[in-house]
Design a protein around this ligand. Structure first.
Ligand SMILES: [Zn+2]
Length: 59
């Protein structure tokens, strides 16, 4: 298959995972926050990712 993924495939992929592109924010994994950029796990008190520097968009 030489066909690259098209936008429909991407939309379906994102829909399956939620709406991460609409509202950037922490993922949650058990009692941890998970960085959506690098997947790093952090305590609930974390305000930014210490691994890659990502932080949620301010309200
Ligand atoms: Zn990160």
């Amino acid at each position: 298959m030489a066909t690259a993924p098209d936008e429909a495939d991407v939309d379906e992929f994102l829909s399956n995972r939620g709406h991460e592109t609409e509202r950037p924010g922490w993922e949650h994994d058990y009692a941890k926050k998970q960085c959506p950029e690098c997947g790093g796990l952090h305590d609930e008190a974390a305000t930014e990712c210490s691994a890659c520097g990502w932080r949620p968009r301010a309200d």
